[in-house]
Design a protein around this ligand. Structure first.
Ligand code: SF4
Ligand code: SF4
Length: 312
């Protein structure tokens, strides 16, 4: 039977996630939990929902979701205002809350796909891509569902589809190298060179990530690798961190990095998932500071692209 995977979005016509025009497939599941994550709905590798509390018309007396929920997870306070008891909600298979709400307060954000479902969508999009385009697997981190991903990648090879991945590289080395065999282009995030600071920001140490990148280079992999760093003021924007990363890149013959300026596009989703967002009032990078970091890389013969300016 065909393997199934959890996917939280599929976007056609992506132009910043690899060469040409691409279809981006967003996998759920991530081994990191970055405090600034723009896609926190991707963390759990299962179906779940976003909760747009502000759209609830509780004043009208509607309690349809509460009455439908089999677990008693939906509560109303003494003023009638709604909340979710996330510790009780088990993301029941039926998602009664999503179906009954007349105001789309609950939105299911993860769906299950077979390998054939994905390939059908890619083949549908094929004519949009042009000669350089293809598919980008992103997330979350697609490596979490590596068995499903590998099956999809084998089919991509069969159909001669160009493949790219955006990954943390935080996976068992044999898994990482096996998946990358089928990948033509990779963005790999290095959030911080200091292992304690990496842990502080993401919940994991960076040792496995760095050793996987080294192993990939040593394996003679033929794809194009660009390191990536979400750049956050007060966290990883120091000259020292840039110089350490340059040293790592030089030792491994890597010469391209993409710096992404911190943004808060995910903040609403943190709230809708009942999670606390720490970065609502700090982390902003100035244009000058981004350019200063870019200069450091350029001075050390590393091609450094800011934001969407990566040449593909
Ligand atoms: S997912 Fe299921 S358990 Fe959770 S709030 Fe909705 S209906 Fe209740
Ligand atoms: S069903 Fe929708 S509108 Fe009605 S109380 Fe629940 S969330 Fe609010």
């Amino acid at each position: 039977m065909s393997k199934k995977g959890f996917i939280f979005d599929i976007q056609s016509f992506s132009v910043h996630d690899g060469p040409g025009c691409r279809t981006s497939v967003f996998f759920t599941g991530c081994p990191l939990q970055c405090k600034w994550c723009a896609n926190p709905e991707s963390w759990e590798n299962r179906k779940h929902f976003l909760f747009a509390e502000k759209s609830c018309k509780w004043e009208s007396g509607c309690r349809a979701c509460r009455d439908a929920c089999p677990n008693g997870s939906i509560k109303f306070d003494e003023n009638g205002r709604i909340s979710i008891a996330y510790d009780i909600c088990n993301r029941c298979e039926t998602f009664e809350c999503v179906g009954v709400c007349p105001n789309n307060v609950f939105k299911q954000c993860v769906k299950e796909y077979t390998v054939e479902d994905i390939i059908k969508i890619l083949r549908r999009d094929f004519s949009n891509w042009g000669p350089d385009g293809g598919v980008t697997f992103t997330g979350g981190d697609p490596l979490i569902q590596h068995e499903f991903l590998t099956e999809v990648l084998k089919q991509c090879r069969h159909w001669q589809i160009h493949t790219a991945i955006e990954t943390s590289a935080y996976a068992k080395q044999e898994v990482f190298l096996e998946v990358l065999k089928y990948i033509n282009f990779a963005f790999i995030d290095v959030k911080h060179m200091d292992r304690e600071k990496h842990y502080e920001g993401t919940g994991v140490y960076n040792d496995l990530i760095l050793s996987n990148i080294e192993a990939l280079v040593k394996s003679g992999w033929k794809g194009r690798l660009i390191l990536r760093q979400p750049t956050i003021a007060g966290y990883n924007d120091s000259d020292e961190n840039a110089l350490q990363l340059i040293d790592f890149m030089n030792r491994n013959g890597l010469y391209e990095i993409n710096l992404l300026k911190f943004h808060r596009l995910g903040e609403t989703k943190w709230n809708q998932l009942g999670k606390e967002y720490e970065y609502h009032d700090h982390g902003d990078m100035t244009k000058e500071k981004m350019e200063h970091l870019q200069e450091i890389y350029l001075d050390h013969n590393i091609a450094c692209y800011i934001g969407d300016n990566t040449p593909f």
